[in-house]
Design a protein around this ligand. Structure first.
Ligand SMILES: Cc1cc2nc3c(=O)[nH]c(=O)nc-3n(C[C@H](O)[C@H](O)[C@H](O)COP(=O)(O)OP(=O)(O)OC[C@H]3O[C@@H](n4cnc5c(N)ncnc54)[C@H](O)[C@@H]3O)c2cc1C
Length: 399
């Protein structure tokens, strides 16, 4: 006879572990099957090793989905405050990240993201969750009970939770398994794409950006749809940094983006004023006060190389105005993103139409889907983990 459980959870990531511990606390007999050799790999790698585990400003409008209302119920029933309380109960010290614009609401572990994984495993262990690593599931059949063929043998369960995440970073567990299973049970999977990913460029612009690799500065970046003001990082392949990761989730291939290199500052009046006060100074000298020197050298070469050594007094106002405007609206066209290899999340996924927003149960009784596999994607800054905690908790209460 196959071993029988109340709940089988596929995937020991953020959403799966939260779901498992919540269900087991309610007395359910829970087993988690994880394909890789470690639980919570993405948690470990996240936030530069310190896990940006939630955000103080979680709100439904910080998430993208074909149905923007879907995330509301789960987010309101297990909030950032609930997760913070859990973190505090486990004595994990954390801090809010400061950005150039002030405080970001992003909460990070002061020590290590290992603490978050240890906390989830501790909660699972205390309530009797079994976790099996290196477990491959080859077949899922039936409904209540579900019958699973796995490398650990045949298993049965009353309910099945799919928490296998999305496609981003295959080496950290990214897989299409959840989408395939959803399709097998008749659910629609909306087109997926890489979200929160760096932009790549080609040709001369790639060469320029590559020369600037490592340089960062605060900019405002926008496309027709949205704009973000945060740090930009030049890379060997193009552009990255929080501002780019954010914008990439709203970017369509072929689209140009616009960079304001001096956000919050009106450059034209400033340049004209300097021309009056310091007529012998060079434009480069003036801009060096506002931007990294290496960047100024590169844009000088691009935009005003033939006038590079002319003092400001030789610049007609018209030309200064045109240049100032250009530096605040520099249009560049990415050739693509670095894709799932570097993306923090997967946009799209299992259509929420098939799911209850309260419990995450699908139209197939007993089959639940939680976390990134579902078509809900957060902004950068702890929102994606909060979705994993909230949706995992919602299912954990219902299985
Ligand atoms: C480098 C990086 C940094 C990030 N940093 C942050 C951050 O700081 N803050 C934030 O909010 N978000 C961050 N994210 C996003 C966040 O990690 C995800 O949104 C979140 O992990 C999704 O949780 P999940 O449980 O749905 O999926 P995952 O955490 O990806 O877990 C899915 C699990 O399922 C397993 N699995 C896959 N297929 C199978 C199968 N067939 N059988 C069994 N198991 C399977 C995988 O191995 C994995 O363990 C980051 C992502 C990356 C890649």
């Amino acid at each position: 006879m196959p071993a029988h459980y109340d709940v089988l959870v596929l995937g020991a990531g953020a959403a799966g572990l939260m779901c498992a511990m919540t269900a087991a606390r309610r007395g359910r007999r829970v087993r988690v099957l994880e394909r890789s050799n470690k639980p919570g790999k993405k948690i470990l790698m996240s936030g530069g090793g310190r896990c940006n585990f939630t955000n103080l400003h979680v709100a439904p409008d910080r998430f993208q989905s074909a149905n923007p209302h879907f995330c509301k119920s789960a987010l309101s029933r297990y909030t950032q405050w609930d997760f913070i309380e859990l973190v505090e109960q486990h004595g994990i010290d954390y801090f809010e990240k400061e950005t150039v614009n002030g405080l970001s609401g992003q909460l990070f572990c002061r020590e290590s993201s290992k603490q978050i994984v240890a906390m989830l495993l501790d909660e699972c262990g205390r309530s009797g969750v079994e976790i099996t690593l290196d477990c491959e599931t080859t077949k899922v059949q039936g409904t209540g009970p579900f019958r699973l063929e796995t490398s650990e043998g045949s298993l049965r369960s009353e309910t099945l939770v799919v928490a296998t995440g999305g496609l981003s970073i295959p080496s950290l567990g990214g897989s299409a398994f959840g989408y395939r299973l959803a399709k097998q049970f008749g659910m629609e999977v909306l087109p997926t794409s890489a979200g929160l990913a760096p932009f790549t460029f080609s040709g001369l612009l790639k060469e320029r950006f590559s020369r600037l690799a490592g340089v960062s500065c605060e900019v405002k970046a926008r496309n027709g749809e949205v704009g973000f003001r945060e740090d930009l990082l030049f890379t060997h392949r193009g552009l990255s940094g929080p501002v780019v990761l954010q914008l990439s989730s709203h970017w369509q291939p072929g689209e140009s983006i616009t960079l304001d290199l001096t956000p919050g500052k009106k450059l034209v009046p400033e340049l004209l004023k300097t021309k009056q006060r310091h007529p012998r100074s060079l434009l480069r000298t003036q801009l060096n006060d506002l931007l990294p020197h290496r960047l100024v050298r590169e844009i000088e070469d691009l935009f005003w190389s033939e006038h590079a050594d002319q003092p400001l007094s030789d610049w007609p106002d018209r030309r200064l105005e045109a240049l100032g405007d250009r530096l605040q609206a520099w249009r560049v066209k990415p050739s693509g993103t670095e894709g799932y290899r570097k993306a923090e999340v997967t946009l799209g996924g299992v259509n929420t139409q098939a799911l209850s927003s309260k419990t995450m149960e699908s139209h197939v009784p007993g089959l639940f889907l939680v976390g990134e596999v579902v078509d809900v994607t957060g902004e950068l800054g702890g929102f994606n983990f909060q979705w994993a905690w909230s949706s995992g908790h919602a299912a954990g209460q219902a299985v």
